[in-house]
Write a protein that binds this ligand. Sequence first.
Ligand SMILES: NC(=O)c1ccc[n+]([C@@H]2O[C@H](COP(=O)([O-])OP(=O)(O)OC[C@H]3O[C@@H](n4cnc5c(N)ncnc54)[C@H](O)[C@@H]3O)[C@@H](O)[C@H]2O)c1
Length: 359
Amino acid sequence: MSALRIALVGAGGVAQRHARVLAGFDDVELVAVADVDPARAAEVAGAVGAAALGSVDEVLERARPDAVYVCVPPFAHGAIEGAVLAAGLPMFVEKPLAADLPTAERLAAAVADAGVITATGYHWRHLDTLAHLREQVGEGSASPAVAAAGHWVGKVAPVGWWAQRSGSGGQVVEQATHVVDALRVLMGEVVSVQALAARAGVAGPADDDGVIDDAVVALLRFASGAVATLEVSCVADRLVRAGVSVSAAGAAWVLEEDRLTRVAGGDAEVRVPAVDARVAVDRAFVDAVRAGDPSLVAVDVAEALRTHRVACAVVEAAATGRVVALGGADGPGAAVGVGGTVDVVLTRPAGGALAPAAR
Ligand SMILES: NC(=O)c1ccc[n+]([C@@H]2O[C@H](COP(=O)([O-])OP(=O)(O)OC[C@H]3O[C@@H](n4cnc5c(N)ncnc54)[C@H](O)[C@@H]3O)[C@@H](O)[C@H]2O)c1
């Protein structure tokens, strides 16, 4: 079978990683890299022998790829995916699906209509350590998780869009979404969210509503009855910790991207992932497209949307000070009677086409 022709749209940090990984696959040919910044496109394309282009439209017309990676910042999703879907091509969309919820809902609806294979950048799902922990504490295990604490304690990311609410959606949506996703894997669906946010003037002027919060803490209730906290902040000068502590009857664990540590129950144990999840996530997408088998993908757009809804519920809860209810995996946001009074029910926006691809 001939090589799978892949194009990247967006040539920033994460695109460079995907380009490097994909260039290492024998059955992939990188045919184009597009960016609104021609110098970036040229740099990344030049490194892998691909054509440097300026837009998704150019990619589709001139490079004729078999599949497209969308590696743009959260604010730039929508029109690009619309163009790829109109061409009927499979696509890999970097997380988060969007800076907001309505764009992501429209994107997922358009993907469902198009019926193409999709994958997303939730690479933690490829960690064998996460799978192992799920066996220990997941739903249906002998000792399911009762409580967890998710953390993403770090610094302001050095890209201009990151500290803008409209650019990234905030740190929970953009970054801690990996941790929210891991919590869903371990504890099932979130049914209600409460949150508080703090401003310290680190991400930007504390009185500028366009700037993201410096810290957000949240309380999550799961359909199982389990509970979790989330602590997210960007006021340090480096990444301090990102991961999840989980406790179940008789045992406790800490999961980070590079290790899983048993801290109670049995002998102390540290497991290091046997797979490089940042490679596995690309391999799975390529395999799925080549085989025409969507089941090979860990987190497609529909599944990524479920995590994005939880992250957006945290944002909503922090902004309003209210309890926000979610409707479980695919519910439209029906209120569920679990602890506390539900003030806000997130509802799906009316469907609608993605914006046209002109950009
Ligand atoms: N899965 C992961 O581990 C991981 C790691 C890093 C970043 N990301 C995600 O990847 C996305 C991009 O992050 P980044 O660090 O690469 O950002 P970046 O700012 O380094 O790069 C984004 C690039 O997209 C380009 N761009 C913007 N709008 C465009 C458009 N309409 N068409 C073409 N190009 C456009 C920009 O010019 C820029 O070069 C973010 O959503 C981020 O959360 C994921």
